[in-house]
Design a protein around this ligand. Sequence first.
Ligand SMILES: O=C(O)CCC(=O)C(=O)O
Ligand SMILES: [Fe+2]
Length: 291
Amino acid sequence: MTDIITLPTASWNQPVPTADRELAIDVLERGGVLLFPQLEFPVLPGEALLLSPEVAGKTKNVSLNPSTGALRGSSVNDAALQQLRNMMSRFATSSRDLLRNVVPRYETGLEQARTSFRPAEIRGRHTSPRKDDTRLHVDSFPSSPTQGDRILRVFANINPHGSTRNWKLGESFEDVARRFLPSISGPVWGSDRMLRLLRITKRRRTAYDHYMLQLHDRMKADSAYQSQVAQSAYDFPAGCTWMTFTDQVSHAAIAGQYALEQTYHLPVNSMLDPSRAPLRILETLLGRELT
Ligand SMILES: O=C(O)CCC(=O)C(=O)O
Ligand SMILES: [Fe+2]
């Protein structure tokens, strides 16, 4: 079962003791969740108005490209837009500082991707099964192949009413892979070039990305699996922060409103133990190279 390990860190930008850093990297790479119960992301008084589902309109999430400042998915006026950008880029910077202190080993390899603001209530939301994050899954995105790189995400529950964000955690990546791989066939020859040509993918969908996407889709589509697989619930309190490799950890978000999230990509070779990467696990099980 997935471990949730707590660290006492209460500041976004302060050195973390060596013992905690060693524990942190081990927990993350084994597919655990690192929880910071005392690390609250501060929403400034002027930003309180942003805590409304209307801020995201139909898209449900607002996303920021922290390197260009481009915002997508928001439906607010210009003044609020600037505040939204401020809040989200502050989270982008804070999460980066936190990672630098918690897992300094990753610093040189980390690539900061999108920041997201999630103001919609998860429970009762209607989506296609494939997009339904209330079902256990490992992260893999059709248009954004990682080509083997890891997906590391930092989340903060900023709910102003004290509501928890409720997750479920499932079996280990190895167990997921062993269960679903036998029924997944390899990519169709030439499909990687076709997807790229049609601009369906931003870069080449490698065999690794193909298998990860299939795992993601098969897990979500299998209702018997969803109800029968060993799983545990965890409710993240308001005012806390957590991080995990979401390409490895079987997770589902079943309820909650108002979170910030920052995605990072990390090359497998930046890991302390690359053999724990989904890429290496899949390659071992399939007996071939996947990127
Ligand atoms: O919004 C959340 O709490 C998590 C949803 C999810 O599955 C993800 O972001 O990968
Ligand atoms: Fe996810």
